[in-house]
Design a protein around this ligand. Structure first.
Ligand code: NAP
Length: 272
């Protein structure tokens, strides 16, 4: 086994689903890996297969990313291991129901896993990579970031958070030589559906992407320097138009005066 010239990719949620496909693809590209999730047995099995097939060095780092002490262990590793060049913030969960019919403990767990952990890991990686003037951070968000009406707002909100965080981090870190990408998958065939009591096969077959297709397209987007990658969206002009409409409000969203549509009514109410 030789030390990788690409360095080491640390992937969260690497025991199955999209994370396991990222592990496969990045090892085949020549990255050494650090696999993070709770199920050490599954990660050991993946590590054995991938290291035999690729010759890469693959370490298993078990962690429950809803546990602050475990997150700190991964943050420390990102801060101290100069071989790490890529963070894939992929671990995530969905709720069995929505905010109004889920256990509060499950809602808190989702926020810890989908928001707090990737934020702290991105901060640790971002600081280390900026100091070395190279590296990359891939955050797995979701198309539901754009469609809060379609799904539970806690999950879609957590993904909208990651989308915002990624855009902001990209702006701060890219001048320092660090790439940041947010990936927005649509429905993709993984265990996340069964884990949250849903049947992915109940969706129209044309809606559901295979995990390997999703990851291959996402890595191509990363190679192309995309900040936002939406593998299922056929017409990227729609995303560009959405962004253009949003950014057209820039410079108009902070104002000493309230908008005229309120101002007149307020004047009338005060005069009455
Ligand atoms: P998945 O098959 O359920 O895999 C989730 C991964 O996260 C597993 O490796 C799991 O491993 C890990 N994980 C779960 N809870 C954890 C915890 N407390 N601490 C550490 N690791 C934990 O889901 P997936 O579909 O591959 O999801 C990957 C990402 O894609 C998620 O962020 C998800 O929100 C996003 N996404 C998925 C879809 C989709 O349709 N599949 C669509 C849009 C976005 P352990 O159980 O071993 O811990």
């Amino acid at each position: 086994m030789t030390t990788s010239t690409l360095g080491t990719a640390l992937i969260t949620g690497a025991s199955t689903g999209l994370g396991a496909v990222y592990a496969d693809r990045l090892a085949r590209r020549g990255y050494d890996l650090i696999l993070v999730a709770r199920d050490a047995g599954r990660m050991e099995a993946l590590s054995a297969t991938l290291s035999a097939e690729t010759g890469r060095s693959i370490e298993v780092l078990p962690a429950d990313l809803t546990d602050r002490a475990d997150v700190a262990k991964v943050e420390d590793r990102l801060a101290s291991d100069a071989a790490i060049t890529l963070l894939v913030n992929n671990a995530g969960m969905s709720l069995n129901g929505g905010l109004l019919d889920s256990e509060v403990s499950q809602v808190e767990k989702l926020i810890a896993l989908n928001i707090t952990a990737p934020t702290l890991l991105a901060a640790a990686a971002g600081k280390a990579f900026a100091a070395r003037k190279s590296g990359g951070i891939i955050n797995i968000a979701s198309v539901l970031a754009l469609l809060p009406e379609m799904f539970d707002g806690v999950y879609s909100g957590s993904k909208a958070y990651l989308l915002n965080l990624s855009k902001s981090l990209a702006k701060q870190l890219e001048p320092q030589g660090v790439r940041v990408q947010a990936v927005l998958p649509g429905a993709t065939r993984t265990e996340i559906w069964a884990r949250s009591g849903k049947d992915v096969d109940s969706f129209p077959v044309d809606w559901v992407m295979e995990a390997d297709h999703l990851v291959d397209a996402s890595l191509l987007g990363f190679d192309r320097g995309e900040t936002i990658t939406i593998p299922p969206l056929a017409d990227e002009g729609q995303w560009d138009a959405y962004e253009a409409a949003r950014l057209a409000m820039d410079g108009k969203l902070s104002n000493r005066e309230v908008a005229p549509r309120y101002r007149e009514a307020i004047k009338e109410a005060v005069a009455a």
